[in-house]
Design a protein around this ligand. Structure first.
Ligand SMILES: [Zn+2]
Ligand SMILES: [Zn+2]
Length: 97
């Protein structure tokens, strides 16, 4: 069973496969997200499960981290928790141990 390409969705055969970032790519489809420069296992930089060239790899000085779906989910979860913690109409606020 040959996996689909993470870029174009077509089947990747073993001869043209690049296995990187937990995905399978055609050699030609494994290119920088920004400039489309073709990359290989030696010169790619992985970020967010996507390949980037050296020039376009998001640097630390970039502030990207704030609102990833995962962060939003965690924030919603903790908001829900803090609501239920204090909601008790008969006994008033509950102090969680
Ligand atoms: Zn492809
Ligand atoms: Zn690039």
């Amino acid at each position: 069973m040959n996996p689909p390409c993470a870029r174009c969705g077509k089947i990747v055969y073993p001869t043209e496969k690049v296995n990187c970032l937990d995905k399978n790519w055609h050699k030609g489809c494994f290119h920088c997200e920004v400039c489309k420069m073709t990359l290989n296992m030696k010169n790619y930089k992985g970020y967010d499960k996507k390949p980037f060239c050296n020039a376009h790899y998001p640097k630390q000085s970039f502030t990207i981290v704030t609102d990833t779906p995962e962060n939003l989910r965690l924030r919603q979860q903790s908001e829900l928790q803090s609501q239920s913690e204090f909601w008790c109409p008969s006994a008033g606020p509950i102090v969680k141990v």
